[in-house]
Design a protein. Structure first.
Length: 180
C-alpha cells in the first residue's frame, strides 16, 4: 500500500492504517526524541504525544514534504516543548549588541571520532545544544530554528556561533587529552 493511500485511510480514522503508519515511523521518531530529551521513558512519551497530535492534525498534512519530515518536525517541537516545561527558558539577546560571523565553517584541525562529536554536543549548554542539533543534525535553517525555539533569527545565529565555538573548544580539549 502506498504511503499516501495509508495516510488517506488514517484521515478516515482507520485504526489498522494508523497502526501501520505508526509502525513505519515509530523507531525513527523515538531516536529523534531521544536526541533531545535523553531519557527513554520521556522519549517514548514525546513520541506517543507526537503521533497523537499528528493523527489529530492529519488533515493539515498537504504532502508538500514527506510524511516523515512533517512528523519529524512535530517530534522535535514536542521534544523542545517537553524540555521547556521541565526547566529551559530561552533568553533573547539584545540584537543591537550582536555581531555575527560566518557559521558555515565547521572544520577541525584533527580527525574526529563521531562518538567524540556526539559526546561534545551533549556537553553544550542547552540553548546552544538545541540550535546546533537543529542546524547540523536536523538540517533546519535559522528561520525554522527561530520558529521552533521561539527565539529571534539573530539569537539563533548567535547561539549557533557560540555553540560551534564551545563545541570546537571541547573537541580540541578531547583531541589533546585535556578535556571532558
Amino acid at each position: 500500500m502506498l504511503e499516501i493511500d495509508l495516510i488517506e485511510k488514517c484521515k478516515q480514522n482507520n485504526r489498522k492504517a494508523q497502526m501501520k503508519l505508526y509502525n513505519m515511523y515509530c523507531d525513527a521518531m523515538y531516536c529523534i526524541a531521544m536526541r533531545y530529551v535523553k531519557n527513554a521513558d520521556d522519549a517514548k512519551d514525546v513520541m506517543q504525544e507526537s503521533f497523537i497530535k499528528a493523527f489529530k492534525k492529519l488533515d493539515q498534512f498537504k504532502a508538500e514534504v514527506t510524511f516523515g519530515s512533517w512528523l519529524k518536525r512535530i517530534v522535535i517541537n514536542k521534544s523542545i516543548d517537553f524540555l521547556k516545561s521541565k526547566r529551559q527558558h530561552f533568553v533573547s539577546l539584545n540584537e543591537s549588541f550582536v555581531q555575527l560571523v560566518d557559521d558555515e565553517n565547521w572544520e577541525m584541525e584533527s580527525p574526529l571520532d563521531i562518538a567524540d562529536v556526539k559526546f561534545a554536543i551533549n556537553k553544550l549548554p542547552d540553548k546552544y545544544r538545541y540550535v546546533v542539533m537543529l542546524y547540523l543534525i536536523e538540517g533546519y535553517d535559522h528561520e525554522e530554528i527561530s520558529q521552533i525555539l521561539e527565539i529571534t533569527n539573530t539569537t539563533s545565529r548567535t547561539h549557533l556561533l557560540r555553540g560551534k565555538q564551545k563545541l570546537q573548544s571541547l573537541l580540541k580539549e578531547r583531541a589533546y587529552g585535556t578535556g571532558y
